[in-house]
Ligand binder design. Structure first.
Ligand code: F6P
Length: 556
């Protein structure tokens, strides 16, 4: 019998739909009282602990989710990804970010060619180049050492590297290697971002890395031209060869731009932009700042999760469990959002990165075969480090809308601070909140409890917490380069699992194109009006009015 075209037409999907009614009758307080259930809902891997006992799920739910995984051919889809099959069918591409962190002797093929030697060819090139810049054997046009790097790129050519840089910055080992050096990121085309990036930097001691998979992204190319002018104005045209390098899959365009192809670091079309942090996109700027050895540890961390994801049985497989639970929350319990709450300031840029990984991957309206989906995919991801978020949006999470939360905690702080005589130190204080919040969400506080505390009757409704709000907790042993790589890979694979279950293509992003092409029309109009005096035409009333006002105000 042919398998149904949509996962929602399968028996396991329908079974889970019916099962929702049972779960709705059960409060998390009751679920948490079942010790056997709670014990079964923890997984340990490589000294990290996942606890998903505060999900609105029973062991039966998990079993049903495994049946859904089977109906969606999850295992086969994971294998197809690792085997280099062209699972990104709308772009006819393999999806092989796992090859970016594979050991040197691994064999991973795309188009029947082992891609691992090419990966290591570029890693070796980065190692050599970054060491030369760092030890001063590659210098700027005036012979000065290049201590500062501005990485120009946007989206996947920016968010991942920024997340990792922010996390490395406060790590003792990585931080030590970065002494005396600066790494900045120029993403936005807003002139304010240009100004912020070049302020206080001298072109003589600055290396600009232009990062763009396509080398056509409007914002990145304009920023690259602007910084090329900045360098030329200070040091003359020949300085570009020493002060600008590129990371791209499009080496002909790199050369056309005026960057020596010998100073270009390649990657490949089988690396999606948002999955590219382990390619030269992240590895080059991070190696310039922290040294290649530190970045290699990060790659090894990601690789350890790739291995785990590929081989661990689903009951012990962290990305698989996380992905299935997200599908459960979105498609069955109907939660539209997910909060990513790291109790670590070093992970400040983690949620913004995962926003792109998750929302650009899974925010789709049709199946991989182009059929309209009768259910929603993806979720709205947002987040902030705790405890800052607690003083911002947690009110809504506790008493307003229910939003499944990911609590991410770290056992050993990157920067422990101990105060003699205090009841707890800073890290204990942070972690006290990490441990407390999931229970506040799950258990809540009943009117009866409040009455026992003699809370005035008129305040009881305001102080009541309904509870029954799901979360999961991921406890990492520490936050070094290795663990940061692990965290990245866990979330990358979780997103893939969700897409595999929903039956969508998580690796294309056609939804970003329409806005780009409309901006091109506007750009042409601005140019034609400003420089040729042409009137605004071809837009609706609203856009015409705004464009006219903008042009008038900026024409003097
Ligand atoms: O507009 C979205 C996007 O295409 C992302 O998918 C990508 O990460 C980003 O733009 C940057 O693209 P590029 O690396 O080609 O400049």
């Amino acid at each position: 019998m042919a398998s149904p075209a949509l996962i929602s037409e399968t028996g396991p999907w329908k079974d889970l739909k019916d099962h929702v009614e049972d779960i709705k009758k059960t409060h998390l307080r009751e679920l948490m009282a079942d010790m056997g259930r709670c014990q079964s809902m923890t997984v340990e891997f490589d000294d990290m602990l996942l606890d998903y006992s505060r999900q609105r799920a029973t062991l039966d739910t998990i079993d049903k989710l495994f049946k859904l995984a089977e109906a969606a051919c999850l295992k086969q889809k994971i294998s197809r990804m690792f085997n280099g099959d062209k699972i990104n069918s709308t772009e006819n591409r393999s999806v092989l970010h796992v090859a970016l962190r594979a050991p040197r002797d691994a064999v991973i093929c795309s188009d029947r060619k082992n891609v691992v030697p090419d990966v290591w060819g570029v890693l070796d090139q980065i190692k050599e180049f970054s060491e030369r810049v760092r030890n001063g054997s590659w210098v700027g046009a005036t012979g000065k050492q290049l201590k500062n790097v501005i990485a120009i790129g946007i989206g996947g050519s920016f968010l991942g590297p920024l997340f990792v840089h922010t996390a490395f910055q406060t790590d003792a080992e990585a931080g030590e290697y970065a002494k005396g050096r600066q790494l900045r990121f120029l993403a936005n085309v807003d002139p304010i971002d240009v100004a912020k990036n070049i302020t206080g930097l001298d072109p003589e001691t600055t290396l600009v890395v232009v990062v763009s998979k396509t080398f056509t992204t409007a914002e990145t190319m304009l920023n690259a031209r602007t910084l090329r002018e900045w360098i030329i104005a200070a040091l003359g045209p020949s300085a570009v060869a020493k002060h600008m390098v590129a990371v791209s899959t499009n080496l002909p365009l790199v050369e056309k731009f005026g960057i020596d192809p010998n100073n270009a670091f390649a990657f490949w079309d089988w690396v999606g932009g948002r999955y590219s942090v382990c390619s030269a996109v992240g590895v080059l700027p991070l190696s310039l700042q922290y040294g290649f050895e530190v970045v290699e540890k990060f790659l090894k961390g990601a690789q350890s999760i790739d291995q785990h994801f590929y081989t661990a049985p689903f009951e012990k497989n962290i990305p698989v469990l996380l992905g299935l639970l997200s599908v459960w929350n979105v498609s069955f319990l109907g939660y539209p959002a997910r909060a990513i709450l790291p109790y670590s300031q070093a992970l400040e840029k983690f949620a913004p990165h995962i926003q792109q990984v998750s929302m650009e991957s899974n925010g789709k309206g049709v199946s991989i075969d182009g059929l309209p989906l009768p259910f929603e995919t993806g979720e709205i991801d947002f987040g902030e480090p705790g405890t800052n978020g607690q003083h911002s949006f947690y009110q809504l999470i506790h008493q307003g809308r229910a939003i499944p939360c990911d609590f991410i905690g770290v056992i050993r702080s990157q920067q422990p601070v101990y105060l003699k005589g205090e009841m707890v130190n800073n890290h204990d204080e942070l972690m006290s909140n990490f441990f407390a919040q999931p229970d506040a969400l799950a258990y809540g506080k009943t009117p009866e409890q409040l009455q026992k505390e003699s809370v005035p009757e008129h305040l009881v409704p305001h102080k009541t917490f309904t509870g029954n709000r799901p979360s999961l907790s991921l406890l990492l042993p520490s936050l070094n380069a290795y663990n940061i790589g692990q965290l990245l890979a866990i979330y990358e694979h979780r997103v893939a699992v969700q897409g595999f279950i929903w039956g969508i293509n998580s690796f294309d992003q056609w939804g970003v194109e329409l806005g780009k092409s409309l901006a091109t029309q506007v750009r042409k109009q601005l140019h034609a009006s400003r420089f040729k005096g042409e009137s605004v035409e071809g837009f609706n009333f609203s856009t015409t009015t705004m464009l006219t006002k903008y042009l008038k105000a900026t024409s003097d």
